[in-house]
Each structure stands twice: as structure tokens, then as C-alpha cells.
Write a protein that binds this ligand. Structure first.
Ligand code: ZN
Ligand code: ZN
Length: 371
């Protein structure tokens, strides 16, 4: 570990600056210092970068961005027994206190003292050294690359929603709103865990084409709203339209057992409630506007179980890594672009436009390094 730490720092909205800082002190007894090698960008990075907030988290400057990361262990704390220098690891970017009521009951994503990379003043992984507790640095099997390791973060989000929160059963029909990276990975996990039908819904035809190729999803391009139509009327019409188009019922073998909403758009939330079967499950992953109107009477009438899913919890990273290592989820097709550290701004621009300087559509953009 040399004395300089190269950092990519967000100094204000829409501004990145390269800065050299002093290398961090050695790790605490239960920590490891990791050299980040690959950091992926996602929608929440873009919200922080362009709007100064993501969900409930507010930007406070200056901040090192990046939270989807894999790297190589450079130093281990004196009590760390699970890792050694040189191990390749996927980094879970949120450190919980492990002492509060939620942590002690196993729901550490609800920790009251959570320190998440690139949020609330905690620096992220776009730097030369990143220190974290060893128990949230997961050793990668030899057949999993560092780029795939960085994609474990959004994959863990998908594992959380489909496995831990929805507890998907055998032979279930799943509808997924939003075919961006998290939506696609949600489809991949649903497929790996035995989903019967996967229905992908989006407003973008090329994303849907990708979903069809990627997991064999049935796809639906959202129909347009009529002039002057209220959103809730559109959503009801849209839900019924999808049910008819795909031969879905409110009960039985061809009913939607589970909706996973990854877009956050109000009309998708509403449409999903119309679409799901009686006593079906609705899991909300996407963080859109702070407030959404939902069709309460049909929600109650059908006795829908609606649950929020935030980040990931115990076992999600190990399961994500195992699904990839066993070949049940393929992350490679999602990784479309890689930029060297010095061109980090190009990576942000590519993510923003969803299009690379090479003219190819971008799904997951990675930044290498800095070292
Ligand atoms: Zn992310
Ligand atoms: Zn806690």
C-alpha cells in the first residue's frame, strides 16, 4: 500500500474531480482494506450525481461515489480469519452496526446506524483503497471475474426481493416492471429459482428485446395513455389489457402470483396491483416519486400482500455469488462498457444516456481501478 489514494470525488451536482488523498490508516482488527478494481454505475449513482439525492439519502459534499464493487484484499485486520492478502472479493457496500434491534433480529438492512458507500457522507469505492468489515467482503470463486463480482450488488438486490422478501415458490408466474439492470437480474433470479412464466413490462422496446434474449421473458411494451386520461384509469385499463393479451386470470395456473416492481413509476405500481392474482404478492423495489396513489379498493378486495424490499440482507451476497458460480445466472451479457478511472466522467455520461461513445446501448457501465 503506497501513500497516495487516487479518488474520484463528486464536489457538487454534476461535477467530478480527481483528487489524491493520503492512503487510509491500517484496518481495524475485524476490517480489511481492499483495492477496488471494478465499480459499476447504476440509477441511484445517477440520481446522486445529477439531483443530489437518491431515495431518502441526501448528497453532502465532497463525496467519493461508487458502491457496486469488487477488488483485491490489500491488508487484513489482526482478527480476520476468513480472508488473506490477494483474495478477490465482492464488496457489500453497507456496514451495519450489528448492535441495534434490527441488526440483532437479522434485518441489518434496517439498521439505525447504517453506513452505506457513497451515501450520507460515507465515501464510496471510486478510490484506490476501501476499508470495510471483513464479514461483508465475499471471496469470489475462481470462475467468477471481478466485473461479475461488481455486479453482485444489483444481483443481491434481486435475490433479496425474489427469494428473501417474496419467498418465491415453485412454478410461479412472475410479472416484472422495469427491464433495466435490476429488473433484468430480478428476472434472472426468478428464472433460476424455478419461475413458470416471466412477464417483462417496460416502455423501451430494445430493453424488452434484451429481456427476451436474456431470460426468455414474455414481453409487453406499455400501451400509451389516452389524451386526458387519468393515471389511475389508464392503469386499470392497462392491467386488464395485459391480462387479456397474455391469457392471465385472477386465480389459477395462469394467474400472476408475484409482481416485482423495479421502475418506481406510479402507473406501474397501479397496473401491478390490477395485474396480480387474488391473495398474490407485490414487492416494491424501485424507488420513484416519494408518494404514489394506489388503487386501494381492489388492493383490499384481492387481499394483495404488498412489501417493500430494500437493498439486501443476510445470505443475499453468498446466494448471488453461488448462482453465478453455478452458471444459473449469467452476468456477462449485462456488462456492456468499461472505462479507465481517468475517464470516469465518460462512464457517468454513458450511464446517463444509456448509450456508449461506441454507439452501442449501455446496460451496465464499469469503471476500472484506479489501480
Ligand atoms: Zn447500485
Ligand atoms: Zn444496527
Amino acid at each position: 500500500m503506497n501513500g497516495v489514494n487516487h479518488c474520484c470525488v463528486m464536489t457538487k451536482i454534476n461535477t467530478l474531480v480527481m483528487e489524491d488523498r493520503a492512503a487510509p490508516p491500517g484496518p481495524g482488527p475485524y476490517d480489511v482494506v481492499v483495492v477496488p478494481k471494478m465499480t459499476g454505475l447504476c440509477g441511484s449513482d445517477m440520481h446522486v450525481f445529477l439531483e443530489g439525492r437518491a431515495g431518502e439519502s441526501l448528497f453532502s459534499d465532497p463525496l467519493v461515489l461508487g458502491h457496486e464493487c469488487a477488488g483485491v484484499v490489500a491488508q487484513v485486520g489482526s482478527n480476520v480469519k476468513t480472508l488473506k492478502v490477494g483474495d478477490r472479493v465482492a464488496l457489500e457496500p453497507g456496514a451495519a452496526c450489528l448492535r441495534c434491534e434490527n441488526c440483532k433480529s437479522g434485518d441489518y438492512n434496517q439498521c439505525g446506524d447504517f453506513k452505506f458507500a457513497a451515501a450520507d457522507g460515507f465515501d464510496g469505492t471510486l478510490q484506490g483503497y476501501y476499508t470495510l468489515p471483513a464479514d461483508i467482503a465475499y471471496k469470489l470463486p475462481d470462475n467468477v471475474s471481478l466485473a461479475e463480482g461488481a455486479l453482485m450488488e444489483p444481483l443481491a438486490v434481486a435475490v433479496m426481493s425474489v427469494s428473501k422478501v417474496a419467498k418465491i415458490g415453485h412454478n410461479q408466474n412472475v410479472a416484472i416492471f422495469g427491464a433495466g439492470p435490476v429488473g433484468l437480474l430480478t428476472m434472472a433470479v426468478a428464472k433460476a429459482l424455478g419461475a413458470r412464466r416471466i412477464l417483462a413490462i417496460d416502455v423501451n422496446a430494445s430493453r424488452l428485446e434484451f429481456a427476451k434474449q436474456y431470460v426468455g421473458a414474455e414481453t409487453h411494451l406499455a400501451i400509451p395513455m389516452n389524451p386526458g386520461e387519468a393515471r389511475e384509469d389508464y392503469s386499470k385499463r392497462h392491467g386488464k389489457y395485459i391480462m387479456e393479451k397474455f391469457g392471465l386470470g385472477e386465480r389459477g395456473l395462469e394467474a400472476i402470483d408475484l409482481v416485482v416492481e423495479c421502475s418506481g413509476a406510479e402507473v406501474c405500481v397501479q397496473t401491478g396491483i390490477w395485474l396480480v392474482k387474488r391473495r398474490g404478492k407485490f414487492v416494491q423495489v424501485g424507488a420513484g416519486p416519494a408518494h404514489n396513489l394506489i388503487p386501494m379498493s381492489i388492493f383490499v378486495n384481492k387481499e394483495v400482500t404488498m412489501i417493500g424490499s430494500l437493498r439486501y440482507g443476510p445470505g443475499c451476497y453468498p446466494m448471488a455469488i453461488d448462482l453465478v458460480s453455478r452458471g444459473l445466472v449469467d452476468l456477462k451479457p449485462l456488462h456492456t462498457h468499461t472505462f479507465p478511472f481517468k475517464d470516469a466522467i465518460l462512464a457517468f455520461e454513458t450511464t446517463k444516456k444509456a448509450m456508449g461513445p461506441d454507439g452501442k446501448p449501455a446496460i451496465k457501465v464499469m469503471i476500472e481501478g484506479p489501480i
